[in-house]
Design a protein around this ligand. Structure first.
Ligand SMILES: [Zn+2]
Ligand SMILES: [Zn+2]
Length: 393
């Protein structure tokens, strides 16, 4: 089968490799119909995630049709068109019982922090991902969700990570009615966090980035104010000036370890790797939020330390919330929002690229060329006009 293949930092290509097989009675084999490239795939692509092995296939955001199921699978059958959450989780361990699916203790041998994730290095379990024609889906009775017939496949694939992650970012902000919410990062997750902040009662939503076309997009898509950080001297002072001198009620980090905006942070964290990535946005969040406010973090950081102003956070009495999204927990509510027309996630998709051209797709996304916001990879042979789950069967 055709699959994306990692050859080293900034080097990937499409290769032919053996199709995956059922390895465990709880597995399913899924024929991929859509897969996305995520901003967090760029951390892998740039060589920033430890133990990203040559030959691995990325891709934790995908939909597909079930081809085959293991003998223990009871809730899925061949022909089901499913969206597959990026978390691989067992559904029954101590953490899954608390709906902390992203922290599952059973699906990642290195499970001191995160659980299993498709296509996200051996630090997340070493599973191959969905930027391929076929993918093995472990714990198939637990994660995959059959796509309702009235949900567009392009919406469905965004339910595997970007939309639930943006939603959980806003949810962890504990937004009260009328709150001013500042979101750092105008990528798909930040865009969805902005939309979700309104749904959760925000009175004012401000998105910060430095990529002009993304700021333009989020301003019209999420009806929010925007700040171009290139035009701002001191972020905390700027936000305070916009908020009666108090600071934002909630600050949300949707950027993570490759933040631009501070040369010293980028040098230490990204170039020299002396900390787990640039902590620029963590500084901005802690220093821009008001006393007693909440900082919510969904941006991805490395497992090692980061230098952050923890004293400021303590002295301001902040609440810090953070985690990777537990996708499955949010699906019923988000599917309802899409069906009611309150969310149209597919509008963030700017590029639809053949899987054979995956190297070009990464380059375009990584370099932010051609106004790229979100790229969907389509395996060859997938009928492009097919947009709903029902129509593709
Ligand atoms: Zn993702
Ligand atoms: Zn579990």
């Amino acid at each position: 089968m055709l699959a994306m293949n990692y050859r080293g930092p900034y080097r990937i290509r499409a290769v032919h490799k053996p199709e995956p097989e059922i390895e465990h009675p709880g597995d399913a084999i899924v024929r991929v119909t859509r897969s996305c490239i995520c901003g967090s795939d760029l951390h892998l692509y740039h060589g920033l995630v430890p133990d990203t092995r040559i030959g691995s296939t990325f891709g934790h955001e995908f939909t597909g049709v079930v081809e085959e199921v293991g003998s223990a699978v009871q809730h899925l059958k061949p022909g089901d068109h499913v969206l597959v959450p990026f978390n691989i989780f067992c559904g029954s361990c101590y953490f899954c019982q608390k709906e902390l699916y992203s922290n599952c203790h059973s699906t990642n041998p290195e499970a001191t922090a995160v659980g299993g994730i498709f296509g996200y290095s051996h630090t997340a379990g070493g599973y191959d991902g969905g930027q391929a024609e076929y993918v093995r889906v472990p714990m198939a009775d637990v994660g995959p969700t059959v796509i309702p017939a009235d949900i567009d496949l392009d919406d469905a694939v965004l339910l595997t990570d970007a939309l639930p992650t943006g939603y959980q970012a806003a949810e962890m902000g504990d937004i009260r009615e009328g709150d001013t919410v500042v979101i750092f990062g105008a990528g798909p997750v930040g865009i969805f966090a902005a939309k979700s902040a309104w749904l959760l009662g925000a009175g004012r939503v401000i998105v910060v980035d430095h990529v002009d076309y993304r700021l333009e997009f989020v301003r019209s898509y999420a009806q929010c104010e925007v700040i171009d950080f290139k035009q701002v001297g001191d972020m905390a002072i700027h936000i305070k000036k916009m908020t009666d001198g108090l600071g934002a009620d909630v600050c949300i980090d949707c950027v993570g370890c490759e933040a631009a905006g501070n040369f010293a942070q980028t040098l230490l964290g990204v170039k020299l790797k002396l900390q787990g990535g640039a902590a620029t946005v963590l500084h901005w969040c802690i220093n821009s939020v008001r006393k007693g406010g909440t900082v919510s973090i969904v941006g991805v950081y490395g497992p090692t330390f980061n230098a952050v102003p923890i004293g400021n956070a303590v002295n301001k009495g902040l609440t810090l919330r953070m985690n990777q999204a537990s996708v499955k927990r949010h699906l019923p509510r988000l599917i309802e929002h899409i069906q009611a027309g309150r969310l149209e996630p597919r509008r963030v998709i700017s590029h639809r690229i053949d899987l054979r051209d995956v190297a070009d797709a990464y380059h375009i996304f990584s370099s932010k060329l051609d106004n790229c916001i979100k790229t969907v990879l389509v395996p060859p042979g997938m009928v492009r006009e097919t947009t709903t789950a029902a129509a593709s069967l």
